[in-house]
Design a protein around this ligand. Structure first.
Ligand code: FE
Length: 170
């Protein structure tokens, strides 16, 4: 019953919008835009499965962890930008990458503070801080307080959560 009322309300608000001389369908569009603004990028599991590899899906969408010393970027020393494998957001510039010895790509600072999100993660009997892509909500890895100066942070990130845009020097 509650859903029925909510649906009626939604329909009404669309019709009211369309009454304001907006082209038909615009109401739906603005409603959609509003909902994505609130929760950023929304894709169904099926959609994610079609655009990610099984390993990327397992890590980004199911909060998995890749086996250390196996990822494609832990040894990468090229100059450029690490972007989200899920949505392409710029996450970590190569000049904040360092050799942590953990077998995962490690960075001391994100490209932009607003591009990443952190959340407490108390799974596996540990107290850790999860790092996520703010735009698509993809799981990237964890952040620890044993990194190098100037931040003292170690962003321990799965290669599978990343793609790399190499900066070609001219
Ligand atoms: Fe993303």
């Amino acid at each position: 019953m509650a859903e029925h009322l909510a649906f009626n309300y939604m329909l009404k608000s669309i019709l009211i919008q369309d009454d304001r001389k907006e082209p038909v369908g615009r109401g739906f569009k603005s409603l959609w835009a509003h909902s994505t603004m609130k929760s950023k990028m929304q894709k169904s599991d099926t959609e994610w499965k079609t655009c990610l590899s099984p390993e990327e899906y397992r890590i980004l969408r199911e909060k998995g962890t890749e086996t250390p010393f196996t990822g494609k970027y832990y040894k990468n020393k090229k100059k450029g930008m690490y972007i989200c494998a899920g949505c392409g957001a710029e996450l970590f510039p190569s000049d904040t990458k360092y050799e942590s010895g953990t077998g995962w790509p490690s960075f001391w600072k994100p490209a932009k503070k607003e591009n990443v999100e952190t959340k407490p993660d108390n799974s596996l009997f540990m107290q850790r801080t999860e790092v996520l892509c703010k735009k698509c909500g993809g799981h990237l890895g964890h952040v620890f307080d044993d990194g190098p100066e100037p931040t003292g942070k170690r962003f321990c990130i799965n290669s599978a959560s990343l793609n790399f845009k190499e900066k070609k020097s001219k």
